[in-house]
Design a protein. Structure first.
Length: 225
């Protein structure tokens, strides 16, 4: 039986270091696994089986498409946003069910995107975006907004000490699996991009397009860190 009371928070490195979770990658919005399917019906059958495999309180977020199923494990409460110990066994159970359905995991299908805004006075800026997006504050701080339906990209508000010119004040954060980051960065460079800052690699690499618009490519808890 899956122990749903195991609510002790865990870090991405702990998740990645746990045996039996090779299908999964932690990105910015939880632990994710992507399973390729041959048809929408095959994916729907897998999702239907998932509904009975995990108890209430441990159920994942699921994105069902004709070519595959993305499963995400994350705890979202008023007090916490992230992974807990119960997700370790939940991930094993989901992977076992996928194997029973003849599905293969493909980590290259995993990514999450976050929009980051620089602001001088967060309490003045954040309420506007919360209202216009229909989002809500993320647990654990006053610098993040999330979609209550968990479909849209989260927004992060980064504090500035002084007005800034010459750089964008809005950029995109792309979270990818730790073993996909090098390929993603190489593709961006081949497409005309450049590295702005790689001092925090492999956890975070800042890139820019040919006109200077910036994007951060991040990974969570790489095993080599």
């Amino acid at each position: 039986m899956l122990e749903t009371e195991k609510t002790e928070p865990i870090r991405p490195l702990r998740f990645h270091g746990t045996p039996g979770l090779q299908d999964w990658r932690v990105v910015g919005e939880g632990a994710c696994a992507y399973f390729r399917t041959e048809s929408f019906a095959a994916g729907a059958a897998f999702v239907g089986a998932l509904a009975g495999a995990l108890p209430d309180g441990a159920g994942p977020d699921v994105d069902l498409r004709p070519g595959g199923v993305l499963v995400r494990l994350i705890t979202v409460t008023e007090d916490y946003y992230g992974l807990t110990e119960r997700h370790l066994e939940a991930a094993r159970r989901v992977s076992a069910l996928a194997r029973d359905h003849g599905l293969t995991a493909d980590p290259s299908g995993i990514r999450t995107v976050q929009v980051t805004l620089d602001a001088l006075v967060l309490p003045e800026v954040l309420p506007f975006w919360r209202a216009v997006l229909g989002y809500e504050n993320r647990a654990g701080g006053d610098e993040n907004l999330i979609d209550p339906l968990r479909r849209g990209a989260p927004f992060y508000f980064q504090r500035m000490d002084a007005p800034r010119s010459g750089r964008n004040r809005i950029h995109v954060d792309v979270w990818v699996p730790y073993d996909e980051a090098d390929a993603r960065i190489a593709a961006a460079l081949a497409a005309g991009g450049r590295i702005v800052n790689d001092a925090d690699a492999p956890s975070n690499v800042v890139l820019a397009d040919p006109e200077g618009n910036e994007v951060c490519v991040g990974v969570a808890g790489p095993p080599t860190a």
